[in-house]
Ligand binder design. Structure first.
Ligand code: G6P
Length: 550
């Protein structure tokens, strides 16, 4: 559909119907919805793979869901989905296919891009990664001095850091505990300094992860890491080959840096950075958990891909999650979305989702190049739930903002915990269930009074409730379950981008800052004049130089 024939989203009859429905529902109360339908707690649930999804605590009726699905149909979400899976160039501003789903396709799948089946190349790289991982894990691959590799340092940023770093934490109980795995991303030298200060260079492998291999933070850190290694080993350039490998789409730049392209693990421009940790970018993770576990994770991704592609709208979980976000963002003025995992291992999960969601859907221009008149991607935030309870949950419970939230929890701990620590799991999960209950149903003034609370404190101790949440529950956090969860969120983000008619796969908004940093740097170091620098930045640069004694 071209720009002229495509109606503006908020002028479609489906949008108008949702707005009218929202008006008509008014201040719908979750307690009333449950009172009217006692089976709601089981009826409003879905299953995908190992994930049980409870969406009963949402401010929706059956009609709301129908109207939301009508909007998805009107905006052709499934048409765009099929185009993505077919390898069409749906990332129009970069003229690229969007095929992270090919990274987890089975060996015999056929996915064509520019007349070529990309699946054999995907599996060739996976096989190369597997062989390399086994050589590291077995000790066959040694460093320049002949010592076994015991430390892996991944240097990358954004999508070349957040995914593997998150997944390494998530799957820590499946990792080889004899390996030390660290992630360096920040161009602040302190990051690399802290990562290597207690490591023996002779036992350290650096994985330089960069899709473009031009990202200044990564190339700067990689150069410093190389200097550190060669100084520590008192070795020449020839030591680099045993201690540096690259993950990239850019063989030319990799070789310019001095890494033998035989030690490069390739991926392709149809893999977006924030959709890439199941590509070669996951090498550090694969070394840590082993190739078999990595493939189990890919199978988990693929399972949800198949579900997204085949499940009808009524039971399509990514569709539902995407549409619920549209409901709150566009019809309830919710500005943010909290993701609250009740698992210590998911400590980096929400940070990972921030890039996935906010870099994908933080756009004010639609696919037709026009400014949108509707809200797009939310602010995504959150940390592991129990810690949040003692920090910012106050605002979710009694603040003035509507904050829809996803609660993610597991029936069993995965780690080999001592019996006492296993017992703690029920306490963790009691909190998990109690919080969504409290958020949904709150506590009335009468309930507070019945506890004998002094009248002047009653308003303070009242919880209005009615805060919507999705509960995602699985048996345990395995590699497959992690893959399922990530694919679920990838496709949720896709659904929202499709409805909002934005290109979820470019990221032009990060470019300006990079250009300006390059312009400003000579002013900091050499005191160079930067033409057209604004008054505030000029004064700040002067202050900085003064503080540095320059
Ligand atoms: O992997 P790289 O090419 O080094 O890119 C790393 C990151 O930086 C860019 O600026 C983008 O905002 C991210 O989408 C990307 O993941």
């Amino acid at each position: 559909m071209n720009a002229e024939s495509r109606a503006r989203l908020n002028q479609t009859p489906e949008w108008t119907a949702l707005a009218a429905h929202r008006e008509q529902l008014g201040e719908v109360r979750l307690c009333d919805l449950f009172a009217a339908d006692p089976a709601r707690g089981t009826a409003y649930t879905l299953q995908v793979g190992d994930l049980h999804i409870d969406y009963s605590k949402h401010l929706v009726t059956a009609e709301t869901l129908t109207l939301l699905r009508d909007l998805a149909a009107a905006t052709d979400v499934f048409g765009l989905r099929d185009a993505m899976f077919r390898g069409e160039k749906i990332n129009t501003t970069e003229d690229r296919a969007v095929l992270h789903t090919a990274l987890r396709a089975p060996r015999d799948a056929v996915i064509m891009v520019d007349g070529e089946n990309v699946v054999p190349a995907v599996h060739a790289v996976l096989d190369k990664m597997s062989a390399f991982s086994e050589r590291i894990r077995s000790g066959e691959w040694t460093g320049h001095t002949g010592k076994r590799i015991k430390n892996i340092v991944n240097i990358g940023i954004g999508g070349s850091d957040l995914g593997p770093a998150m997944a390494y934490e998530a799957l820590r109980s499946f990792t080889d505990r004899d390996l030390t795995v660290r992630f360096v991303s920040n161009v602040d030298g302190a990051d690399l300094h802290e990562a290597v200060r207690d490591l023996d260079a002779a036992e350290t492998l650096f994985i330089i992860a960069s899709k473009t291999f031009t990202t200044i933070e990564t190339i700067t850190n990689a150069t410093s890491a190389r200097d550190w290694l060669l100084t520590e080993l008192k070795a020449g350039q020839d030591a680099v080959a045993q201690h540096f490998v690259a993950l990239s789409t850019n063989a030319e730049k990799v070789s310019e840096f001095g890494i033998d392209t035989a030690n490069m693990f390739e991926f392709w421009d149809w893999v977006g950075g924030r959709y890439s940790y199941d590509s070669a970018i996951g090498l550090s993770l694969m070394i840590a958990i082993g190739p078999d576990r990595f493939r189990e994770m890919l199978d988990g991704f693929h399972l949800v891909d198949k579900h997204f592609r085949a499940a009808p709208p009524e039971s399509n979980v990514p569709l539902l999650m995407g549409l619920l976000g549209v409901w709150y963002g566009n019809f309830h003025d919710a500005q943010s979305h909290a993701v609250l995992p009740y698992s210590h291992y998911l400590s980096k999960f929400t940070a990972y989702l921030q890039q996935l969601d906010m870099e994908s859907n933080g756009k004010y221009v639609d696919r037709d190049g026009r400014e949108v008149d509707w809200q797009t991607g939310p602010v995504v935030w959150g940390t592991p739930g129990t810690n949040g309870q003692h920090a910012y949950y106050q605002l979710i419970h009694q603040g003035t903002k509507l904050i829809p939230a996803d609660f993610i929890g597991f029936a069993e701990p995965v780690a080999d915990l001592a019996p006492g620590l296993v017992a703690q799991h029920d306490l963790l999960m009691a909190n998990f269930f109690a919080q969504t209950q409290a958020l949904a149903f709150g506590k009335t003034p009468d309930e507070v009074r019945a506890e004998g609370v002094a009248e002047e404190l009653v308003p303070h101790k009242t919880f209005k409730g009615n805060h919507p949440t999705t509960t995602i529950l699985a048996k345990e956090l395995t590699p497959s379950v992690l893959g399922q969860l990530i694919a679920l969120y990838e496709h949720k983000v896709f659904v929202q981008g499709a409805v909002w008619n934005i290109d979820s796969f470019d990221q032009w908004g990060v470019e300006l800052g990079k250009v300006l940093a390059k312009r400003v740097e000579p002013a900091l170091t050499e005191g160079a004049e930067v033409p057209d620098l604004d008054g505030s930045t000029t004064a700040l640069v002067a202050k900085y130089r003064d503080l540095r004694g320059r």
